[in-house]
Design a protein around this ligand. Structure first.
Ligand code: HEC
Length: 173
């Protein structure tokens, strides 16, 4: 009886040894795959063109306006940061574009105006928001002129919001 158990255990041992080494090989392969994929991702990083990065800026500019105009200050605070980040992306991804010093211009022209809008949002001041937003919009166009892209004219959004997003503050606030 005892020897039967020993034989059974030995067989189990043998049987379980085999999948263990197969598993190790599979894990090693998976790891190699992951490393290859990681390397591929690093080499083929998607970098949006300046024009596309600007569309992101444009969308946040509009959303910030709609949130502020609805005096939805929490949402405006959210979008003021998104706009800032979108402009920082522009700076970092395209510090220079067709001989234009984009990063310097964004820092000098747009970011201080975004800061002013942020202050108005923080103070929940609708009048200050409206004035600061106008100046910010003007700075977009000043830079477009400086960059030889005067054809791109930004204005205060005139329609009410985007058709698929609610900008009105929720009732419980
Ligand atoms: C460096 C200064 C600079 C600032 C500041 C700036 N832009 Fe631009 N923007 C550019 C340049 C340069 C282009 C043209 C990019 C190209 O040649 O593809 C552009 C293009 C655009 C476009 C056209 C994108 C398209 O393909 O339709 C829009 C929209 C735009 N900007 C919106 C804005 C808004 C909104 C602001 C302000 C919040 C702003 N930009 C601030 C430099 C600037």
């Amino acid at each position: 009886m005892k020897s039967l158990i020993i034989i059974l255990l030995a067989m189990l041992g043998l049987v379980s040894c085999q999948p263990a080494s197969n598993e190790a090989a599979a894990l090693r392969n998976q790891f190699t795959d992951l490393q290859t994929r990681q390397a591929a991702l690093e080499n083929k990083q998607y970098i949006p063109h300046l024009g596309w990065a600007m569309v992101q800026v444009q969308v946040y500019h509009a959303k910030l306006y709609f949130a502020g105009a609805a005096q939805n200050w929490k949402l405006a605070d959210y979008y003021v940061h998104e706009l800032e980040e979108a402009l920082e992306d522009v700076e970092q991804l395209h510090p220079e574009h067709e001989g234009v010093k984009v990063a310097e211009l964004v820092k000098a022209m747009a970011l201080p105006e975004v800061e002013n809008v942020a202050k108005a949002v923080e103070q929940q001041d609708a009048v200050a928001f409206s004035a600061a937003f106008e100046k910010l919009t003007h700075s977009c166009n000043q830079c477009h002129q400086a960059a030889g892209k005067a054809i791109i004219r930004i204005k205060i959004p005139q329609n009410a919001g985007l058709p698929n997003q609610d900008f009105i503050p929720p009732r419980q606030e």
